[in-house]
Design a protein around this ligand. Sequence first.
Ligand code: MOS
Length: 738
Amino acid sequence: MPRYIGKEMSRVDGIAKVTGKAKYAAEFQVPNLAYGFIVQSTVGKGTIKSIDTGEASRAPGVIRIYTHENAPKPAPPKSTELKPQDNAPERDKSFRALQTDQIFFNMQPIALVLAESFEQARYAARLVKTTYNEEKPTTNMEVALKTAFVPNPQRAPKPRGNPAQALKSSPVKIEAEYTIPIEHHNPMEPHGAIAFWENEKLTIFDKTQGVYTVRRHLATSFGIPEENVRVISPFVGGAFGSSLRPNYYPAIAAMAAREINRPVKLVYTRQQMFTGHGYRPHTWQKVALGAEQNGKLTAIIHEAVNNSSTFEDYSDNTTNFPRSVYACPNVDSSQKIVKTDLSTPCAMRAPGAVSGMFALECAMDELAYALKIDPLELRLINYADVHPESGKPFSSKALRECYQLGAEKFGWKNRKFEPRSMRDGRQLVGWGTATGVWGAFQQPASVKITLRADGTAHIASATSDIGPGTYTVITLIAAEYLGLSAEKVKFELGDTKFPRAPVQGGSFTTASVGTAVYESARNICQKLMNLANKESNSPLKTAKIDDLEMLNGNLQIKNNSSQKVNISELMRKNNLPELIDVHEAKPSSERQKYATGAHGAQFVEVKVDPDLRIVRVTRVIEATACGKIMNPKTSHSQEIGGIVWGIGMALTEATEIDHRYGRIMNPNLQHYHVPVNADVLNVETLFVEEDDKIVNPLGIKGMGELGMVGIPAAIANAVFHATGRRVRDLPITPDKLL
Ligand code: MOS
């Protein structure tokens, strides 16, 4: 019986976080600190004609001001700079601040003021006077849709079957366009860094999802060996994809620190976060579905376009997941981008999947109404028992069970089919459903386990914990397989002094780092067995490694604690105060024979005020199948978080741009609306656990991002059911329902 796996564990870092002991990047105390403040452009396109820092330089406390005119240039990027495992483009064309007089987007950083205090730097920043040769920016993707192009034609998927022909001859068809505005990650912790140099060695405290990625970025920026850069990031107050890539601020913080020969702290204001780290792109989609009268899908044609910047081709991969959700013989999908005078978008919570599934799952609802088939029934009719693209079997897929369990818990059978047919007093009631999908990814990851003769263990890996509970789940897995109580295990992360791990993204951390811990613990077991069997009277002489476990300080035969060796005694006898294993785990080749993924079903109730048209999400049931759940407590928290964000995406979140100036009008939490407690009513998350030893030995699938996918569609479908109004443009604000 597992002692920890599958049981609720509170966050091991919880007390440190709520008492303020947990230090975030900008909170480290470094003596002789200089404070930076970023000055931003007030135009959306053009060039800087003049930038006058005279008055600002004379302001109290100012140490130095950098602009494109005096900032040192970074070393030229090498083509090897970014590696494929970072999901990054091969050539780094990311925005570098203070390198040119050219303005690529409004609120672009154009100067860095350094002063003795934050307030002095901020005050002086307002005294920098800039004139521009202004040009008209193009920021509205929808008016530039005809300029859309395929960024990676060689990687574009081929059509399946003959979709155009199949659609034409389908007895029932629907076609609709769906739009999603730009949305911004708004983690509680603003992005920030503290950088300092000791000779040619750079140390930086940075908010990041991947310390190794930042290390390589900075090493290449300064033309120094990677070993000369240390990146430290023990706590991250939310990131959601906004810290997957190095943003522009660590490089200028490090540059300034080197130039003035002092530690420099640089933190974004909330406003600066809207152009400082990317965003979910503006996305336009068109979905055409064809079906037989019995509901069988005959054709899916799914087009998507997202905006990018002028200097990078960011594709959100919107149509990738939706291609493989339903059994359909004829499928075509495309992904194009439009260049706009905005900063580059980036991955944001369930990137592509949540946007693509919004369109597909709304379209499925529209088809259900065209066919007069229950929307859940339509999904079951088109259930994909094997992967429809490759024909491979799924390593596991309990989506059918999720539909059943969710529907039962929700009471879906009591739903009346017709829109506007359900009421609660004067409130219009709507019930909607949708499907969620995400990958079951695993990346190479390394850990170091130090088992000590005193019965404690130290685990280290340069992964990150942006909030999902990685500190806790890795402690839990290590305690399980080292046979120790969790209090005896200490796990550290977020430092390039630890073995390499991938960025925390794609919901692959537990599968990747957890597998490394599991395998490394087995290596420790093997080492201990070898030591024990040096003695002629070892009770483990005939044992195989698979028969052994570590438990309560002993190495023993599983389920037979009479045959055991005390680990501490064994180590002391061999003069080993500690036993170390450094191990890299890689995804198994066995996975290639299967399709792998995580799935979910959402059931949503909305109530709509018939006069004011305000939508409230009154009830959500989400059932997900994402392998084995390591820690139910933090896992439910992930899925609840996904639902909450789905409510925001469906009903309130939008970054509004004044297209005359290409300027964001609501770069703050007053006017960019995320859900608050009062917006979130009854939410219940359920897991249908899968026993899947193909994905990895512990059966771990990605589950963080999964929880959000499908929610915006389920809400939009519920709004249609309540009101009879199909809103295909997010967010669904009351004006669109009037
Ligand atoms: Mo997540 S968008 O993979 O950080």
